[in-house]
Ligand binder design. Structure first.
Ligand code: KIV
Ligand code: ZN
Length: 389
């Protein structure tokens, strides 16, 4: 089994989401929980961006003992110096530096040339190596960068001392097979690729971030950059809980992570509460409906054998137990089950009668709740008593 390094960027890419900004105290608290969750690398912030972020990275560096603490910078000397200063107290500091390599960036953003960008890439890695041996280079918009040029850049930055090479699909453009092919291309064409770890950093603009990251590791990457709840610029980043559970569920892929999956759900709630950013109910793994069953066919199968409709036991991710939700699409087995949970035991005939009453209520409500069931059951028991001789 090969280890996939989990690089968490909730506190950097995730925090860039409008409305999700955190203060230093909140960032330090989340960093401690992320370390406890088992993340290997913690991207703490972008120190040059503001004094507040500088202080967050500095405080996190003082607090975190096991995980690598990483700070972002552009390919600018001052950025790198400030990142290094903020990381001064880190036990295991990493500088993450880089530059855009696609034509969109080279021409549109920098009005430059491929040759000049290559030199700037090499230069920024050399600057960063003056401060730490752990330097990660990002080729921004690598997803839309020509593979031949990307290989040249990657080979040159590894030669300059980069120990991790990040291949971001910054705009979430790639299809899973394309992103995977990019990794395979780098593995086969970059002469010194064995001297660095390849990292996936995928955005979710087409909803493909998780699939792309998994395709990346299948094709040679060994680090995934991700965030809790998939937070991040625009449509977000790869969701940490999703990639961790894909790797856990599909053992045949031959990978593992150091994440304690039982802490995923509490971590998701903590991030959601701290950032005041709700989790969509149908979010994989951590959404409130991820372990809810509401249609009659599913409920019947689930109540006979949970494996019919659940591939993950909620305990595995620290979520509340599975829910049987009663709606107008629910069936008799679900109704009988819920009555039983409330302490009523009805036979088949009772349930048949109660079911038609239930449907009348359910057609007028989004969800039938315990209060409705208690009322129904008591009315039914009273009416049954009154017809007895
Ligand atoms: O999406 C991206 O390209 C990034 C880089 C700064 C790593 O976030
Ligand atoms: Zn990003």
């Amino acid at each position: 089994m090969d280890k996939v390094i989990i690089f968490d960027t909730t506190l950097r890419d995730g925090e860039q989401v409008p409305g999700c900004k955190l203060n230093t105290k909140e960032k330090v608290e989340l960093a401690l929980k992320l370390e406890d969750l088992g993340v290997n690398v913690l991207e703490a912030g972008f120190p040059i961006s503001s004094p507040g972020d500088f202080s967050s990275v500095e405080q996190i560096s003082k607090t975190i003992t096991k995980a690598v603490v990483c700070a972002l910078s552009r390919a600018v000397q001052k950025d790198i110096e400030v990142a290094a200063q903020a990381l001064k107290y880190a036990k295991r500091p990493r500088i993450h530096t880089g530059i855009g390599t696609s034509d969109f960036h080279i021409k549109g953003k920098f009005n430059s040339t491929q040759e000049d960008i290559l030199q700037r890439a090499v230069q920024c890695v050399k600057w960063a190596r003056n401060f730490t041996d752990d330097v990660e280079f990002y080729a921004e918009d690598a997803g839309r960068t020509d593979n031949e040029y990307l290989s040249k850049v990657i080979e040159a930055v590894i030669k300059a001392g980069a120990t991790t090479v990040n291949i971001p699909d910054t705009t979430g453009y790639c299809l899973p097979h394309q992103y995977g092919e990019k990794m395979a291309y780098l593995k086969n064409h970059v002469g010194n690729i064995d001297k660095a770890v390849i990292s996936c950093h995928c955005h979710n603009d087409l909803g493909l971030a998780t699939a792309n990251s998994i395709s990346g590791v299948i094709n040679g990457a060994r680090q995934i950059e991700c965030t809790i709840n998939g937070l991040g610029e625009r449509a977000g980043n790869t969701s940490l809980e999703e990639v961790v559970m894909v790797i856990k569920q599909h053992k045949a892929l031959g990978f593992y992570t150091d994440i304690d999956a039982t802490k995923l759900y509490p971590m998701s709630r903590l991030v959601s509460d701290t950032m005041r950013m709700p989790v969509q109910p149908n979010k994989a793994i951590v959404g409130s409906n991820a372990f809810s069953h509401s249609s009659g066919i599913h409920q019947d199968g689930f109540l006979k054998d949970t494996l019919t409709y659940e591939i993950i036991n909620p305990d595995e991710v620290g979520a509340d137990s599975s829910k049987i939700v009663l709606t107008a699409r629910s069936g008799r087995s679900a109704l009988a089950y819920r009555f039983q949970k409330l302490g009523f035991s009805f036979d088949r005939n009772d349930v048949d009668i109660l079911y038609s009453r239930f449907l009348k209520i359910a057609d007028n409500k989004k969800e039938v709740e315990d209060g409705d069931l208690n009322e129904m059951a008591k009315e039914y028991q009273l009416s049954a008593m009154s017809v007895q001789p």
